[in-house]
Design a protein around this ligand. Structure first.
Ligand SMILES: [Ca+2]
Length: 247
């Protein structure tokens, strides 16, 4: 999978460079895995993390099927159904004309029984050598119900319709989690990792550079896009983990 991503990213960079009329800032090494875009021998690099010269840079998404155009292919369902009350979770893809294709739809009903629903990808990706790593997604919330919406009370799992959580191992070997969420109306204070979004509107999020976390990630283990709370109804599109720059 990674090779495909690298090659696709390399092709994208070359196309962009050509469109801009010059390649001098971009030296791309795909490793020639496909045999289709192998660079001249004098430009090949031995390690895909050692890209280009001083100005070398590649961009690329790390997740499979980030826009849900292939249904839930590549994603694992995360489904923590209500157990203490009637209710259910919905995790499905659905067409959404304004997004030009399919999106992920998640919903939950319960009687004050907190839980989550969504999708995740276990990617086990080594990110040593990555300088710039960001989570992106487009979220949409139209219903939320809970006691800690907006995550202001750290005693409880943060609640909100459209959240992302990155499970990673830091450079000291410690398992860590980083998260962000969108909610409409917080029940208390707003967790700094949350943002308030308008009802029934798509909002794009791009994280800070996760490689600036201290201690910084050494590997990304799993990434989950989900809602959490007593109830919610939300959508996601174009969910990805973008590598923008290597050392
Ligand atoms: Ca889509």
């Amino acid at each position: 999978m990674r090779r495909t991503v690298w090659c696709a990213a390399a092709i994208a960079v070359v196309v962009c460079a050509l469109a801009l009329g010059g390649c001098d800032l971009l030296a791309v090494g795909s490793g020639g895995e496909t045999g289709e875009v192998a660079p001249p021998p004098d430009e090949q690099v031995e390690d895909q993390n050692e890209v280009g010269g001083d100005e070398g840079m590649m961009t690329g998404g790390s997740l499979v099927n980030p826009g849900f155009e292939d249904g839930l292919d590549g994603w694992r369902v995360y489904d923590e159904k209500p157990t203490r009350s009637p209710g259910n979770n919905v995790i499905e893809t659905t067409p959404w004309e304004a997004r030009g294709g399919d999106v992920l739809h998640i919903a939950r009903t319960s009687e004050a029984d907190g839980g989550g629903a969504g999708v995740e990808q276990a990617i086990a990706m080594d990110v040593t050598g990555v300088k710039d790593l960001r989570v992106v997604y487009v979220g949409y919330v139209n219903y939320e119900d809970g006691g800690n919406i907006g995550g202001g009370d750290p005693q409880w799992y943060p609640e909100g319709g459209a959240q992302v959580r990155v499970f990673y191992t830091d450079e000291d070997g410690v398992k860590q989690e980083w998260y962000h969420g969108m909610c409409m109306v917080p029940t208390g204070a707003l967790d700094p990792n949350f943002q308030q979004v308008p009802d029934n509107e798509w909002t794009r999020f791009e994280s800070e550079n996760l490689m600036e976390l201290d201690p910084k990630p050494a590997s990304i283990d799993n990434i989950r896009f989900h809602g959490f709370g007593w109830g919610f109804d939300a959508m996601f599109d174009d969910c990805n983990l973008m590598i923008a720059e290597f050392e």
